[in-house]
Design a protein around this ligand. Structure first.
Ligand SMILES: *Cc1c(COP(=O)(O)O)cnc(C)c1O
Length: 354
């Protein structure tokens, strides 16, 4: 018997979304990387992406890439490596994104220790202001260092957009990346294998044929797993219903909707606020803020109102519902991107692969 709370994960939907994106990418000369971090890189997720036709799996954490090892896929580390994890990086990632010469040196030494060649993509910041050097000269200098280090192979140039600063991928900024890549290629007489332009946020540009030809990699996570891209909008050709959350009702009582003489702070140190709807039928579900922020949940039954919760409890108003919910009934919720991330991360939420 399966227990709750439980996050349901439709693997066939991930594979279907991947297939759709692989064929759209193919037309644009793009070979996508499949990003697993939203689902904590469970091997089932990695396999679903491989089944959809992507051969390069990417994740932001080395702990997650370790979980993908049994799949024997080529791997890309998305978050800049930490020097302290250099040995694991060269062991579990074939490629990593880099912006610091001190880190490149550590990776070079680790690669020599492990008798391997570690591939690096240099990151350039086009204005989103997360990782990567912002000034061209700095990125050119980083590439010179990568070229000079033993055990390291410079294989690409990348950028990250729409993650921190909300800067959209555009033809203009993608072209700037392409021209910088050309400069690097000319200086060193090499061909960069990967021009890694954006995440799922770049799909709109690609689907409108506005991605410069030189860009040949997109790093796709949200679009494969949830069918969403820039501004969480649906990506044409994909489904959005991969994940859902089932929770179990442990109490149903009729109560006033405003506490008596509320003066104290709630369990999270906030002053709670209440809407007075009179006496209402309420249910408590066995899931809490420790697992997922109630704001990231949308009830499948549109007549349910989420009232709030505490660490281990979710309180909902079921007064308007047509369904006769009982103790032991389950309530199902759709999840936002961060809602999925939180449920996948919580060890208290069962993972139900379908
Ligand atoms: C998370 C991440 C991605 C994937 O972003 P999605 O919006 O999930 O497609 C791509 N690149 C980097 C560097 C990331 O950290």
């Amino acid at each position: 018997m399966s227990t709750y709370p439980r996050i349901n994960i439709h693997l066939a939907t991930i594979t279907g979304n991947t297939r759709a994106m692989v064929s759209a990418c193919q037309e644009a000369g793009v070979s996508p990387a499949g990003v697993t971090k939203l689902a904590c890189a469970y091997p089932q997720i990695g396999q679903a992406i491989l089944d959809g036709g992507i051969s390069l799996l990417a994740d932001s954490r080395i702990n997650n890439l370790k979980k993908l090892k049994p799949l024997h896929a080529k791997t890309l580390l998305l978050r800049l490596p930490a020097i302290s994890e250099a040995d694991d990086v060269v062991r579990y990632a074939d490629i990593s994104l880099n912006s610091e010469s001190a880190t490149l040196k550590a990776l070079s030494e680790a690669a020599l220790r492990h008798n391997t060649i570690h591939q690096v993509i240099a990151m350039h910041d086009l204005g989103d202001l997360r990782e990567g050097a912002y000034y061209r000269e700095e990125t050119l200098a980083l590439c010179r260092e990568a070229m000079a280090l033993p055990g390291i192979e410079l294989v690409g140039l990348g950028t990250n957009l729409a993650c921190y600063g909300g800067v959209e991928p555009t033809t203009e900024n993608q072209s700037r990346l392409a021209s910088l890549a050309q400069e690097i290629e000319t200086e060193h007489g090499i061909t960069l294998r990967y021009l890694s332009g954006a995440s799922s946020a770049g799909l709109g540009l690609m689907l409108n044929n506005q991605l410069p030809d030189a860009i040949n990699q997109l790093r796709l996570g949200a679009s494969l797993l949830m069918g969403i891209g820039l501004n969480d909008e649906p990506v044409p050709g994909t489904r959005q219903d991969t994940f859902s959350l089932d929770t179990e009702i442990i109490e149903i009582k009729c109560k006033p909707s405003v506490p008596e003489a509320s003066t104290a702070l709630d369990a999270f140190g906030n002053k709670p606020e209440f809407v007075d709807r009179g006496i209402r039928r309420r249910a408590i579900c066995a899931i809490g803020k420790q697992d997922v922020d109630p704001n990231q949940l949308t009830p499948r039954d549109s007549k349910i109102i989420i009232i709030g919760g505490s660490s281990d409890h979710l309180i909902v108003d079921i007064d308007d519902c047509d369904t006769d919910y009982r103790i032991g009934s389950t309530l199902t919720f759709d999840l936002s991107y961060s809602g999925v991330l939180q449920c996948m991360t919580s060890e208290y939420v069962n993972k139900h692969f379908i």
